[in-house]
Design a protein around this ligand. Structure first.
Ligand SMILES: Nc1ncnc2c1ncn2[C@@H]1O[C@H](COP(=O)(O)OP(=O)(O)OP(=O)(O)O)[C@@H](O)[C@H]1O
Ligand SMILES: [Mg+2]
Length: 322
């Protein structure tokens, strides 16, 4: 999908902050009606609205996470590329079990934030705390071990390996059978191989993909590759899962399933999810707190309701209205 197509998708909706076309909304409300859900009520029992509270510094986290150390805190985070301030003065907090959204128009700086969190880029300014620990000086491998996993805007799988092997690569981050037991195929090696196999299938089952374990990753349909990338990220045992446009290229049915699965992952693994997404149905449907970036700066923070009603956000997406 090109950038223009993505922008169109955001702008074409009838909802205040982008969204899908009227037709899709109609299809969605028909699905809700078929499920016996009244209009205007919650469309899904799991997607209850969260009570958000503000600990110090005007941050926003779900009430259930308010007394715990946030899994992620960014303070005055920024990065310059030459003269371009791609991210500027980002203050952000994600609760331990929160599903949070990072949204904004194309080029707003969202992926750059993920690159900062995962140390692909070192920040020009500011601090990133992971579970209360300053990540300054850490590299990509270290933050992965410390508990940040991500998926990429453009899928990055080992195309020629099997689905199971892709997941096992994530698992190797967690378990170390030792060099010598690997070289000499000692019992510990075979035990870990069996453990890896069982665990890989268990994780694939989250997305009902265990039957695809022996398929070549590159041969999977696009939506399945996106799901596999999430499973591989989960296999590293993260505290915080970063998803960069997880619904890109998925059809509405796949997106609906993905929404349920993201909530399920948060519930089952008790981890936090920070997601970037242009699909506003997904963002407004499952995110508890949302941060909106425009030209590298935060222009709004709040619950889905607050964000949808925020004139600055509407303007950032749709341009100034008369
Ligand atoms: N390595 C880099 N060098 C120079 N400029 C960069 C670099 N990475 C990103 N940028 C610039 O930073 C800005 C933010 O880019 P970024 O990819 O973070 O946007 P985004 O919000 O993820 O957009 P999209 O929704 O299109 O994915 C853009 O102007 C981009 O061109
Ligand atoms: Mg991006």
């Amino acid at each position: 999908m090109t950038r223009d197509e993505k922008t169109y998708k955001v702008q074409s909706g009838s909802a205040p902050v982008g969204g899908r076309t009227e037709g899709t909304y109609k299809a969605q409300s028909e699905r809700a009606a078929a499920a016996g859900v009244e209009q205007g009520r919650e469309t899904h029992p799991k997607r209850q609205r969260t009570k958000m509270v503000a600990p110090p510094n005007n941050y926003l986290v779900p009430e259930r996470d308010a007394l715990k150390t946030p899994v992620l805190e960014c303070r005055h985070l920024g990065i310059d590329f030459g003269g371009l301030k791609a991210v500027e003065d980002l203050n952000l907090m994600v609760g331990k079990t929160e599903i949070a959204g990072l949204i904004g128009p194309n080029g707003a700086g969202k992926t750059t934030v993920f690159n900062l969190l995962t140390k692909v880029y070192q920040p020009t300014r500011g601090t990133i705390l992971l579970d209360g620990v300053d990540t300054a000086g850490m590299d990509t491998a270290r933050v992965s071990r410390e508990g940040i996993a991500r998926t990429f805007q453009n899928i990055r799988l080992f195309d020629s390996l099997t689905v199971e092997d892709n997941v096992k690569i994530g698992l190797h981050n967690q378990v170390d059978c030792g060099m010598w037991s690997g070289i000499f195929r000692m019992p510990r090696y075979w035990l870990s191989e069996k453990e890896f196999h069982d665990r890989a299938l268990e994780l694939l089952d989250v997305f009902n993909m265990a039957d695809n374990a022996n398929d070549i990753a590159g041969s999977l349909p696009y939506g399945a590759q996106r799901r596999l990338e999430i499973v591989r990220a989960l296999a590293t045992g993260p505290k915080l899962l970063l998803l960069d446009e997880p619904a890109a290229g998925m059809n509405p049915v796949e997106t609906e399933e993905l929404m349920d699965n993201i909530v399920k992952i948060r519930d089952d693994f008790q981890i936090a999810v920070l997601l970037i997404e242009h699909d506003m149905d997904l963002v407004m449907g499952i995110c508890e707190g949302i941060v909106v970036l425009n030209f590298g700066k935060v222009i709004a923070k709040g619950t889905p309701e607050e964000i949808q009603a925020n004139p600055q956000v509407v303007e950032a997406y749709l341009g100034k209205q008369d």
